[in-house]
Write a protein that binds this ligand. Structure first.
Ligand code: ASP
Length: 441
């Protein structure tokens, strides 16, 4: 019998997880059962993916750069990547702002709902911690992000998943220096990283064998810990605007893939779907990164020279879904709390949401932290931050899951565009986890 394709297996795991989660909410001990016995399976899976993220970035970026025949090519790829990332993010924010201004979801929120949400969440530790985190980020100087990108200790940078940009900096520096010492001298190091890269990609294949079970666990635990469904209903219009905006982004990516890359958009979506489903289940583009890299390189045919730079950088700085969400959420909060926004304010939102999405970490809930900074940029009163965030807190997790899918899809699309533009989009070369199993049996 033909084996069910991976994305179907994952999808079935997700659906069963949701059903199981709902079933468990009906039983007294259901929620604690899920959190004690089911959730750890999902947590271990995310840990495994994160475990290989830094070695993968390091190996594939160093391999990618040291494969280049001349450095000017790298400058070319780097510049294109950043410009296209900024462009797609601005499109995303614009779509969000246009939709939220047409639909006005904030106007329909009753005084009663606002009071209910405020009393439930305004003092919630989740909301308070997001505001505190944002205050810390905001106090930084204008060039702080550059300062933060440069590590003073390579081992320390590699010791933390949140320092991904520092690892990228180190890998690029090392890769370029390897090019400069000439092929003969750099060969041993290059062979080492080539081999490490292959090994880590194999680890991705092996970890993915457990993906259908892991997403079952992840979604079951999201369902049992989700908020009151009545609140979700009250925010339905807001959720609808964000989801419609995110859907339009997918349409935009498909048009780009069809028109510029000249590939079938449905083929692209199918090949990238396991990464999208994981993005949805984990809410983290950083955790999804190893899978995104594997899918884009092996299943889509983007050369490592491109993907090894475009994808890790994208996971940290390109967040189309997050920026769209930040635009919609900021205007929604302003509308619901009757805070007027002028056209100039909306343009300020475009700019700050762009910067905020670059600054958002690729982990669950990060987009909401930076939302505080977007709100602040338009003069939203600081004493109302907690109320503002309380309004959208109940639906943040499901929206986080959806926007992470777009963040990952955006990175994959851009990697194809850049690869196409520099003639580095080749044929897929799919490797399975058991390709060499017979040799070692
Ligand atoms: N969870 C998102 C990501 O990892 C970031 C966010 O929007 O909160 O891409």
């Amino acid at each position: 019998m033909k084996k069910l394709e991976l994305h179907w297996q994952i999808l079935i795991g997700m659906l069963l997880g949701i059903l199981f989660g709902f079933g468990m909410t009906q039983i007294d001990w259901g929620a604690s059962f899920v959190s004690d016995w089911i959730k750890p399976i999902g947590t271990i899976f995310i840990k495994l993916l994160k475990l290989i993220a830094i070695p993968l970035i390091l190996a594939s970026l160093i391999k990618g750069i040291s494969d280049l025949k001349d450095i000017s090519k790298f400058k070319n790829i780097g510049l294109r990547t950043i410009v296209i990332y900024i462009f797609t993010t601005i499109i995303a924010i614009t779509i969000g702002l246009v939709l939220v201004n047409i639909a006005n979801p904030g106007d329909g929120v009753s005084e009663e709902t606002i009071n209910k949400l405020t009393s439930t969440y305004a003092n919630d530790s989740g909301v308070i911690s997001k505001i505190n985190e944002a205050t810390k980020q905001k106090d930084a100087g204008p060039l702080q992000f550059l300062e933060d990108m440069v590590p003073d200790n390579a081992m320390k940078a590699m010791g933390s998943n949140s320092l991904m940009l520092q690892v990228i900096f180190f890998a690029i520096f090392l890769g370029i220096s390897m090019l400069l010492i000439g092929e003969e001298k750099s060969k041993p190091l290059k062979d080492f990283f080539d081999s490490l890269n292959e090994v880590v990609l194999k680890m991705v294949d092996i970890i993915m064998l457990s993906a259908p079970y892991a997403v079952f666990a992840l979604l079951a635990s999201v369902v049992v810990s989700s908020s009151d469904p009545d609140l979700l209903l009250a925010l339905l219009k807001y959720v609808g605007v964000v989801v419609l905006g995110l859907f339009l982004m997918v349409v935009f990516y498909c048009i780009v893939v069809g028109v510029y890359v000249k590939k079938n958009p449905f083929w692209f979506l199918k090949e990238i779907s396991p990464a999208q489903l994981l993005a949805f289940s984990t809410s983290s583009s950083a955790a999804t990164l190893p899978v995104t890299m594997e899918r884009v390189e092996e299943h889509i045919g983007v050369d490592k020279e491109v993907s090894s730079f475009v994808l890790p950088v994208g996971a940290t700085i390109n967040m189309d879904g997050t920026s769209l969400y930040q635009g919609v959420a900021a205007v929604f909060i302003a509308q619901a709390l009757s805070f007027d926004l002028s056209l100039a304010d909306q343009l300020t939102i475009v700019l700050t949401a762009l910067l905020a999405s670059i600054g958002s970490a690729a982990v669950p809930g990060a987009g909401m932290v930076m939302l505080v900074i977007v709100l602040e940029s338009v003069g939203f009163p600081a004493d109302k931050f907690a109320v503002g965030l309380a309004l959208i807190f109940a639906v943040d997790r499901p929206l986080d899951m959806c926007r992470t899918v777009i963040n990952v899809t955006g990175d994959a699309t851009v990697s194809m565009v850049v690869a196409k533009s520099v003639g580095k989009l080749g044929k897929p070369d799919v490797k399975e986890w058991d390709d060499h199993l017979d040799e070692v049996k």
